[in-house]
Design a protein around this ligand. Sequence first.
Ligand code: M6R
Length: 378
Amino acid sequence: TYMVEGGSAKNFARCKRLMFDEPALLPYTKNVVYVKDFQAGEITREKIRLFSLRGKSQSPKVEKIRWDIESAQKSGFPHFMLKEIHEQPTVLKHLVASAKKLDNKLARILKSANKIVVVACGTAYHAGIVGKYAIEHMAKMPVAVDLSSEFRYRSIIIDNKTVVIAISQSGETADTLAAVREAKIKNAKVVSICNVVGSSLTRESDFVLYTHAGPEIGVASTKAYTAQLMVLYLLAINIAKVKGALSGYTISRYQKILANIHNQARLILKKDLPALSRVAERHHNFGSFLFLGRNVNYPSALEGALKLKEISYIPAEGYAAGEMKHGPIALIDEYRAVVCIAVNSAIYEKMISNIQEIKDNKEKIVIIAKEENKHKKV
Ligand code: M6R
């Protein structure tokens, strides 16, 4: 909830109708007062007043919205989602460049932990799965990932040695907030990864890592997702440092890779968009899609399917490629297109053999691979 200072009552009502989100307020004011749970407020022409539920007057804290009006406009793109897709290289570059030395408070929290549990919903949950793979691989620390809506209603086993990482673009997702409150009751420490400064999640966390992606106005998460991935990889490196799990040489090798990701993202957006448009044109009438991936690209497959459902209203499913033979292969004829993520990695050959399992249906396969593998026969 926001109370607006410096805007007329008429403007405030208009904002309220638009949506209760910061970008909607930007044309009118940058000053906001966040109303906490169990607080009530009153706005008159003269002043803003806040009260506890018992009627005790409380002083309102005026905070500044950091985003500017340009970031909440389409800047020549036909829609926000496309604009936000194109903002990814800049967001990723900025995140790596501004990665500071590990904060002392965060270092203390991480040092005392023996287990991490990630809670999130939707796209943020998919980022959480990538985070699990990265932290376990780099920092050799056990990580569980839970949907916030499951975590909050289950008998979870966590204690003061558990760090709960809550991921949320908005910082206002009810299930994630409830999961965080549950975690705090059990004395776990909460580190959140969030995009919106001052959101409920950031106010309830022990430590916040911001994704600094700017306002995400498109409903389908794009730049916030890749920013979450970058923050998780940077965090994984930091946990590895704190736990002494990697050599200095390996850490700087990973840091170099991360520092170059924005260039690769820029290249994809520059070079591959025509090919992507061709695939979209060829397949847009197809009634159902299957996305397959392994390792960190298993969550990419889940995310690809979610994006297609949300944006194109096409039934789509994401699967760990290695699971195909355990049942879903029976349905393979029903999928009109199968998108296989087969980028170079330690499990590249495994992925290729999964693609070969779909042998009778080659014409429906779309492969996402490195250009150097273009002419390889599958
Ligand atoms: O704001 P949050 O990250 O907590 O939102 C969670 C999900 O609702 C969100 O990630 C949703 O799945 C995406 N917008 C889908 O593109």
